[in-house]
Design a protein around this ligand. Structure first.
Ligand code: ATP
Ligand code: MG
Length: 194
């Protein structure tokens, strides 16, 4: 199964990653998000919600284990599950959903080892905070080379596709792509074009 890894330097970039991911997602898909507290799992899910065009703000559910976001765009809705407080296998019935998972995109935070059986295939996404010197917090030259404005920090994102659903899906579309090296097409010195 395919695996793709790339770097995301800002929270906004993580949301944009979720939006790109939404373009490859289909009803019935299961997405498992793993990574430390604050790694960006909910931030990524917010972008997925935007990309799918669903209603309601995607937030960290504190008391709710699963939250449903119906589509406003005629596509699949989003079922956002936070399994952090769950200690055992999540059964579909336990989620007490109005929509069926077959009609929705299901995104589960902290679901590894708990929800794999919800679907025959799954997309595993691991968000990694580089530690120590990689974080750029204490740049010895005194500058701030990292994207540390507004608390943005680098994350590594690793996508791993498991199961037949993902055969033929180009996951590299989810990454940021090659850096934009195209020359600016606008005439120099006249940015407004007038
Ligand atoms: N590159 C980045 N990608 C994602 N989030 C980032 C990045 N840089 C900084 N952040 C910040 O990190 C925080 C991530 O919080 P978020 O709630 O998405 O994490 P989480 O993995 O869902 O945590 P939890 O395990 O508590 O559910 C946000 O405050 C976000 O602004
Ligand atoms: Mg979260």
């Amino acid at each position: 199964m395919g695996s793709v890894e790339f770097e995301v330097r800002t929270a906004a970039g993580m949301r944009a990653t979720g939006e790109r991911l939404a373009t490859v997602l289909e009803p019935g898909d299961l997405v498992l998000l793993t990574g430390d507290l604050g790694a960006g799992k909910t931030t990524l899910t917010q972008g997925i919600g935007v990309g799918l065009g669903v209603r309601g703000a995607v937030t960290s559910p504190t008391f709710v284990i699963a939250r449903e976001h119906p589509s406003s765009a005629g596509g699949p809705g989003l079922v956002h599950v936070d399994a952090y407080r769950l200690g055992s296998l999540v059964e579909v019935d336990d989620l007490d959903l109005d929509t069926s998972l077959a009609d929705s995109v299901t995104v589960v935070e902290w679901g590894t080892g708990l929800v794999e059986d919800l679907a025959g295939s799954r997309l595993e996404i691991r968000l990694i905070r580089p530690r120590g010197e990689d974080q750029g917090r204490a740049d010895p030259s005194g500058g701030s080379l990292d994207a540390s404005l507004d608390g943005d920090e680098v994350r590594r994102v690793r996508l791993t596709a498991v199961g037949p659903r993902w055969e033929g899906t180009d996951l590299s579309r989810v990454g940021p792509g090659p850096s934009p090296t195209r020359p600016d097409p606008r005439p120099a010195g006249n940015p407004e074009g007038n």
